[in-house]
Design a protein around this ligand. Structure first.
Ligand code: HEM
Length: 232
């Protein structure tokens, strides 16, 4: 037991350990996003189905376990994954800049790597701000026009009302950033997990891009359909 307790921080201190933490926590977050996106699409089945789904999220596992037990476990795992993912990202970025006191010699390399790094870094920060907004909106109802005395369906529909088109734009921009982040993140995780090879290169590139595109399209569909009046 003691060996494990000592070994975990030692592994975590290494660059490979931090990358592994990023890959595993990123994987958990991707699974959550896919499930969340599929759940959101229930809005197209109508108010009753969507509200039933929101109710099920809270009563999952009943009567074996009390209400909200499974949801609370999911929330704790998600929260821990987000914190560990961001923490590893910051410490890897610090380590990379400490190891490179002189800027890249080749401009070409600096541009290509700089683009991916900037997209991940600033995109990640905007996504974190978005998640906080989104929780205040649809989990704690603080910034939602309908508030706590409404059904989940009414809250989502009120959120993206045509008069609040700027909220839709904000959600769509954030979700597009999530898509870019997923595309690069999944691809990087394949590298960390040692899955990339010349033979698997194209298939894994396609898998990362397809997953990112499907998640993005699924998420964008809901706010856009409400703002255009296709769902009301
Ligand atoms: C743009 C489309 C999206 C819509 C319409 C949407 C809708 C919702 C709704 C209705 C809830 C409350 C579920 C409930 O408890 O009944 C929720 C929760 C949540 N969403 Fe989203 N969401 C979207 C995109 C995202 C994205 C892109 C992320 C992450 C980057 C995300 C992360 C979360 C989280 C962390 C929760 C809280 C889960 C919990 O603790 O209960 N959502 N979302």
């Amino acid at each position: 037991m003691q060996v494990v307790a000592i070994a975990i921080p030692a592994i975590y201190r290494s660059t490979v350990g931090k990358k592994a933490v990023m890959a595993v926590t990123g994987g958990i977050l991707v699974l959550y996003l896919v499930a969340h996106m599929i759940g959101n699409l229930k809005i197209f089945l109508g108010a009753e189905d969507f509200n039933h789904y929101a109710h099920w999220l809270r009563t999952m596992g009943e009567p074996a376990v009390p209400r909200r037990t499974v949801l609370t476990i999911i929330e704790l795992v998600l929260g821990a994954s987000i914190v560990l993912h961001m923490w590893s990202a910051v410490s890897l970025a610090r380590r990379a800049s400490a190891a490179r006191p002189v800027k890249y010699q080749s401009k070409k390399k600096s541009h290509a790597q700089g683009y991916a790094t900037r997209t991940m870094r600033y995109g990640g920060v905007i996504i974190a701000v978005y998640v906080i907004w989104h929780l205040l909106d649809l989990t704690f109802f603080v910034v939602n026009p309908k508030g706590a005395d409404a059904t989940p369906y009414q809250r989502v529909v009120a959120d993206f009302d045509p008069s609040r088109w700027y909220i839709t734009v904000w959600y769509v921009v954030a979700v597009l950033l999530v898509g870019l982040h997923l595309n690069h993140g999944i691809w990087s995780a394949f590298q960390t997990l040692g899955m990339r090879s010349p033979r698997s290169h194209n298939a894994l590139r396609g898998l990362a891009a397809t997953t990112a595109a499907l998640v993005t399209l699924g998420f964008v569909a809901v706010p856009v359909s409400i703002t255009f009046g296709w769902v009301s």
